[in-house]
Design a protein around this ligand. Structure first.
Ligand SMILES: Cc1ncc(COP(=O)(O)O)c(C=O)c1O
Length: 379
């Protein structure tokens, strides 16, 4: 390994996952969601791999992320859906970025920015159908759709989409799911009454794409599942392949006696003479400090549990009498092919979701890429 550690990304897995997901939503287009640096996988390589897999749209949270896609020469429709007052709206409109509009004040800001840019803004109106986060509430929806229709008639905006987002699609059978789909149908009917004819209606995320065909409408927004991680732990037959492998090299190995305290706070004590291996990854790199005495790591031929406190830049493994040398690999998670844990395993022991595990891998960890033709590359 050319670096102390690497988050290695199998881009063929991302393309393959998107293709597999598209087959499950055959009547919808697919949007690859690449916010947060492509869920930690690298935004641009992930975006290109998703397009290779058949995605025809991309989605980001921030306008700044969408602008980066445009600067890289990506021309497909890109929707950015979190628009705080500082968002560079005119710049976005000037390069044809679609804007997810979640409130009447944001609609006003987009209309003003379209005037400043001298160009019609591409808008997706977002209905809050029950998530209780961003989105226009039902009470304001008639006013919002009427205002959007007026702005459309004035060629200030074009309503390309109407969309919403689920609260509990990762809990199949949750009563809010059916209620949100019904509320979305109502929002669409109201939009039509106001004279809007959106090209794409969309509400499905990965979980809904996998489990709720009635939610697919015209477009499914695929985040976590494109990266090969299931939004619903234990869902059978997803055919998804985790794209990221996080590995490091053992930096040193040393013998210690029984009763030796290990790492800050001595939260681990050896129960026999043993060998300790130091792995140079820490919480600054996204290995949660909560993984102290919990995180699973494949090293010296077996899966181990982190011994003692995870530090900023390093943690220890107790490898007993097994042999390891500096430079040998330690694998934190990957697709699981060689006995290593998965990001889902890490999420399970840390009582979180795999989204948090992969998105928090730090900037210090180099990303490496395998492309479908087998070529390696750094990104
Ligand atoms: C509006 C919106 N759509 C789609 C997604 C993708 O969700 P997932 O990663 O669960 O597929 C997200 C991510 O949180 C989102 O915020």
């Amino acid at each position: 390994m050319p670096h102390f550690a690497e988050a290695h990304i199998d881009l063929g897995a991302i393309s393959g996952n998107v293709a597999a997901l598209r087959a499950r939503a055959p009547h919808a287009q697919a949007m690859g969601v690449v916010k947060a640096d492509g869920y930690g996988h690298g935004m641009l390589p992930a975006a290109r791999a998703m397009l290779d897999g058949g995605a025809t749209w991309l989605g980001t949270a921030l306008v700044e992320e969408a602008l980066e896609l445009r600067r890289a020469g990506i021309t497909v429709p890109v929707v950015a859906w979190i628009l705080p007052p500082s968002a560079p709206l005119s710049e976005a409109i000037a390069v044809g970025i679609d804007l997810g509009v979640s409130s009447l004040p944001v609609l006003d800001a987009v209309i003003a920015a379209a005037g400043a840019a001298g160009r019609t803004a591409r808008v997706h109106l977002k209905a809050d159908t029950g998530l209780g986060r961003g989105g226009i509430m039902p009470a304001e929806w008639p006013a919002a759709t009427a205002a959007a229709a007026r702005a459309e008639a004035a060629e200030q905006i074009e309503v390309i989409g109407v969309f919403s987002h689920f609260a509990c699609s990762d809990e199949p059978g949750h009563p809010s799911i059916g209620a949100q789909i019904a509320a979305f149908h109502e929002a669409l009917a109201q939009a039509e009454k106001a004279g809007l004819r959106p090209e794409v209606r969309h509400i499905a995320n990965s979980a809904a794409a996998l489990t709720l065909p009635e939610s697919h409408f015209d477009l499914v927004r695929l985040g976590i599942a494109s990266y090969g991680l299931s939004p619903i732990p234990g869902l059978p037959d997803t055919g998804l392949r985790p794209a990221m492998t996080l590995r490091s090299e053992i930096a040193l190995v040393k013998r210690v006696p029984a009763g030796a305290g290990v790492s800050y706070g001595h939260r681990y004590t050896t129960d026999r003479p043993t060998s300790l291996a130091l792995v140079p990854l820490g919480y600054a790199d996204g290995v949660p400090r909560a993984a102290t005495n919990k995180g699973p790591v494949l090293a010296a031929g077996r899966r181990r549990t982190i011994a003692g406190t995870v530090c900023m830049d390093q943690f220890m493994l107790d490898i007993g009498d097994d042999n390891a040398r500096p430079g040998d690999h330690a694998v934190l998670f990957g697709p699981g092919d060689d006995g290593e844990a998965t990001a889902q395993d890490w999420a399970d022991v840390l009582d979180t979701i795999p989204y948090e595990i992969v998105t928090r891998i730090g900037a210090r960890v180099p990303r490496g890429y395998t492309r479908p033709d087998g070529a390696g590359a750094r990104g």
